[in-house]
Design a protein around this ligand. Sequence first.
Ligand SMILES: Nc1ncnc2c1ncn2[C@@H]1O[C@H](COP(=O)(O)OP(=O)(O)OP(=O)(O)O)[C@@H](O)[C@H]1O
Ligand SMILES: [Mg+2]
Length: 238
Amino acid sequence: MLRVEGLYAAYGELEVLHGVSLTVEAGQFVSVIGPNGAGKTTLLRVLSGLHPTTRGAVVFDGEPITGFPPDLICERGFVHVPEGRLLFPGMSVREHLELGAYNRRARTHLREQMEHIFALFPILRQRHAQLAGTLSGGEQQMLAIARALMAKPLLLALDEPSLGLAPRMAAEIFAALRQLNHEGLTILLISQEVTQALLMAHRAYVLETGRVILDGPGPALLHNAQIVASYLGIAATS
Ligand SMILES: Nc1ncnc2c1ncn2[C@@H]1O[C@H](COP(=O)(O)OP(=O)(O)OP(=O)(O)O)[C@@H](O)[C@H]1O
Ligand SMILES: [Mg+2]
């Protein structure tokens, strides 16, 4: 479904992705983990057309999309839930969902998709008329995911969806992602919740300073000595 080959990206003179390659098969749950500043957000921004690539190729759903504008990439079905959610505080839950379905493919399924989302996140049905700015952090993250789902993604890419949330809310978000994947949605998750991200992942990639240093089935990486030492040190000794 997604093939990234030797991707490079830079901010001015500073190169931050140095030849990243990864593959996401249809129906898979794929996680990317890595420390702060590794280039995870940059990678997602490049994939969704928000940041230029200097070298490399991205093939999505059988077609090269390298250099395509973000709206076209979204319309093709690669939909990105950005870091920090980027909601409109003065717009209601329902307005966000309608906005999410702006592309032609999604508009024809608007009602059906909204029902699906309200079943996944019942709190959003209760809060449908509420302004996004007055939702709790967890509800805002649910809305950001819901808005992305309204675009009828083939692949849903998420940047740190549990960042700053209480553990119970984070668990709810992860449970929703697992359910979406079970329903057949392909997921690319960036997360620093290493244990959760690896447990759920058919395949996981470890990104460090702009390079993939390790990949494999998520649960297998959980037992990898290098991962335990670098990411799970506290958990491993407790
Ligand atoms: N707009 C920018 N201008 C210049 N440098 C940037 C910009 N955004 C990110 N960088 C740099 O690019 C590198 C990768 O940043 P990026 O945000 O992709 O990392 P990340 O893995 O998402 O980190 P985090 O876990 O903290 O979110 C960092 O060194 C960062 O300082
Ligand atoms: Mg980031």
